[in-house]
Design a protein around this ligand. Structure first.
Ligand SMILES: [Zn+2]
Length: 230
């Protein structure tokens, strides 16, 4: 007896409310059994059925070119831990106080330092705690990628204009910035420009090690020459 095909004959106390993954497999099998070639179905057909045909919810938010954002987030030299954080940032599920308040984990959505609502933009751009480091980050982006920040929202969503090397460099700088602020989130002191600089230098060393002389093909000359004394 195969429970997938003989549902009527099953005992009544079987639950069909399982994890999403389990349900999907059941749904998929139910579709596939109606195909003429069943059970000889190749993996390509199954794969096509499995692929999601829906877009992430945030893609409907205006003012950001999401196609660029997702492509840049997948740039292979982005640190994998930081990529995870930026992924959550994009999906608006990063744990800011306003998010925690929304899911009833804390009593107040206000930032502990400035008494404003701690949204994502507050946490990474507007908060008193990041005022100096954000200014330093903007200056550095301007100097190293020749990019002026006009729209912080676009920049934080990796939506840039520029040539390939400028864009690659900006992706590394922005993701490093988001990671740096995120890892210092529990501190109530101002985040120093030096913290961000240290992270950029570490990232830069790593890329030099991986790419050696080819680093210049991927990143701007200014980025390749980043040193402690800049
Ligand atoms: Zn604040």
């Amino acid at each position: 007896l195969n429970p997938l095909f003989n549902i009527v004959e099953l005992p009544v106390n079987i639950s069909f409310t399982k994890s999403k993954f389990y349900n999907e497999i059941v749904q998929l099998t139910r579709k596939l059994i109606h195909m003429n070639s069943f059970p000889n179905i190749d993996s390509k057909v199954i794969y096509e059925y499995l692929l999601p045909n829906s877009q992430p919810l945030v893609n409907s938010r205006p003012n950001v070119n999401w196609k660029k954002s997702w492509k840049n987030l997948n740039f292979k030299y982005v640190n994998i831990y930081v990529r995870d954080i930026v992924f959550k940032f994009f999906h608006e599920i990063i744990t800011t106080r306003s998010r925690l308040f929304q899911i009833k984990k804390i009593e107040s959505p206000l930032c502990l330092i400035c008494d404003s609502m701690e949204t994502r933009i507050h946490m990474f751009v507007e908060c008193r705690k990041v005022k100096y480091v954000f200014q330093y980050f903007k200056d550095m982006l301007n100097k190293i990628c020749k990019m002026q920040i006009t729209d912080s929202n676009k920049i934080l969503h990796l939506d840039f204009k520029g040539n390939k090397r400028q864009v690659n460099t900006a992706v590394i700088m922005v993701t490093t910035y988001i990671g740096c602020i995120w890892y210092s989130r529990s501190s109530i002191k101002c985040i120093e420009a030096q913290d961000f600089k240290t992270n950029i230098i570490k990232q830069n060393h790593m890329l030099h090690l991986i790419l050696k002389d080819n680093i210049i093909k991927y990143f701007t000359e200014e980025f390749c020459k980043v040193t402690e004394n800049m």
